[in-house]
Design a protein. Structure first.
Length: 260
């Protein structure tokens, strides 16, 4: 079974997008660009987009790129960025319910992640829709070299100390000015996660995007999974307390339900 969030069709454009006017609806120019991109999955050049729009489409395209809805093609054009199809494992139903519950509460991209045997972090369940800002270029399997920049890794490492030794700081790089690349700073962050019960990514992986993540312990008391929301950084600044409360509450409910 897969979780596959469909791309918008030309007659079915979402009305919740960052590139909007003050009313919250999609601006007409943005809608026209989205429709043209939806009609040409192979990609469209900027000149063709300009001609279709009747003016420069650069501001619209740049906004969609920043929001993670559009990507560059190898030929230099633009196309709608597909939402990854995540292979869903046979997980306890309570964990799938937790992902749905957190999405309903926050209306943000919601992920369930696990630490795999090869030290990758696997996204094993996901909820969201195309109109939501999604962290750009985050793969369904996150390699260990990227883990330092993600809230999910902080949770999974903080509560299973043996995993910390399997992260090689020599491979860490700064994805943004906020990325933690110092081992001492990372270890201090892990201590905060254990103290607070949740982890935060404050634009550490992608500028403009943030994440809040909490651990889910299995019936044996081991942190075997984590649940997270990814959203624009502006929402984190305005709503951190509420988001942290929602994420940790859903994680606690999932933990209790796992025993039944």
């Amino acid at each position: 079974m897969t979780i596959d969030v469909p791309l918008p069709r030309s007659g079915d454009m979402p009305t919740e997008r960052p590139a909007t006017g003050t009313s919250g609806l999609v601006a007409p120019g943005t809608l026209r660009v989205l429709r043209m991109l939806a009609a040409h999955p192979e990609g469209v050049g900027l000149a063709d987009l300009n001609g279709h729009l009747g003016r420069s489409s650069t501001p619209v395209v740049q906004g969609l790129l920043r929001a993670g809805h559009v990507e560059r093609t190898a030929s230099g054009g633009y196309r709608l960025r597909p939402v990854p199809t995540v292979p869903r494992r046979e997980l306890p139903e309570v964990l799938s319910d937790a992902v749905s519950d957190l999405y309903r509460r926050t209306r943000a991209w919601t992920y369930l992640v696990e630490w795999a045997d090869d030290d990758h972090i696997d996204v094993v369940d996901i909820r969201g829709h195309q109109g939501l800002g999604r962290v750009p270029e985050l793969p369904p399997r996150v390699p260990p070299s990227m883990a330092h920049a993600l809230a999910a890794s902080k949770v999974l490492v903080a509560h299973r100390p043996g995993r910390r030794a399997r992260l090689d700081p020599r491979r860490w790089r700064a994805y943004t000015p906020a990325t933690i690349t110092s081992p001492d700073a990372y270890d201090a962050e892990l201590a905060c996660v254990r103290r607070d019960g949740f982890a935060v990514d404050r634009e550490e992986y992608a500028t403009g995007f943030a994440c809040v993540c909490a651990p889910i312990a299995d019936p044996g008391g081991r942190v075997s999974a984590a649940i997270a929301v990814a959203l624009p950084a502006t929402r984190l600044r305005d709503e951190l307390d509420r988001l942290a409360a929602d994420v940790t509450d859903v994680a606690r409910v999932a933990h209790r339900g796992w025993y039944r």
